[in-house]
Design a protein. Structure first.
Length: 222
């Protein structure tokens, strides 16, 4: 099954509740939290994420691009986020943090920048519910999809086996690239402008989901 998680960075912030309602066919709402330290951009914080949680009928997929997630990530789980993903490059103890997020009740995800090797994390996969392979450099807008990151997905897919670990991609995902990522092993896709451009986000979600499932290695009935 292909999951489509629209990124609300591409939504209209003045009409955010309306735009979230327009993606009711999505699997999760992707919320990018940036602190202007780990990445050179500043977006949402806990107060804003809490309000999004209040008005969204769709579970939240929170992606923390922040320093010191060991301290801050549990707070997002406590807000009720369905999934909280932190960066391997920022965490002091990724396994301990993932276990803490799971204790609170969130799915625990770990994200890897394009230049971060995946091999050290393959044996740790049972500790995580999701691995996010960044297909652009985090924090910078308007970048092109980096096909050079696809071997990471292939390694993750092979190492995952039958475990319930979602393989997510984020960055430059659209009609042209989603099939490439699905073929490499991704099953969860973050898309921003590819969903919110135009006047029918729900139809865009269905288009992307269909393209991903057409290229997926998995049986669509699962």
């Amino acid at each position: 099954m292909a999951r489509i998680n629209p990124s609300i960075l591409a939504a209209d912030f003045v009409n955010l509740e309306r735009d979230i309602a327009s993606i009711s066919t999505a699997d999760l709402v992707h919320v990018d939290v940036m602190d202007n330290h780990f990445v050179p951009n500043l977006t949402f914080g806990p107060q804003m994420v809490g309000r999004i949680q209040d008005v969204s009928s769709i579970p939240l997929d929170v992606h923390l691009m922040i320093d010191d997630p060991d301290q801050w990530a549990p707070g997002y789980a406590e807000l009720g986020a369905f999934s909280v993903t932190f960066h391997a490059e920022a965490a002091r103890d990724a396994v301990a943090l993932a276990r803490r997020l799971r204790e609170i009740g969130a799915r625990a995800g770990i994200a890897l920048k394009p230049g971060t090797r995946v091999e050290p994390y393959l044996e740790l996969l049972p500790e995580f519910d999701q691995v996010l392979v960044m297909t652009v450099e985090p924090g910078f807008g308007g970048q092109s999809f980096m096909a050079s990151t696809m071997p990471k997905l292939e390694l993750l897919r092979a190492a995952r086996g039958d475990r319930d670990v979602w393989l997510q991609v984020d960055g430059g995902i659209d009609e042209e690239t989603i099939g490439v990522a699905a073929q490499a092993g991704a099953d969860t896709f973050v898309a921003g402008s590819a969903v919110f451009r135009g006047d029918n986000p729900a139809a865009r979600i269905e288009l992307l989901r269909g393209l991903a499932e057409a290229h997926s290695h998995e049986d669509p009935s699962n």
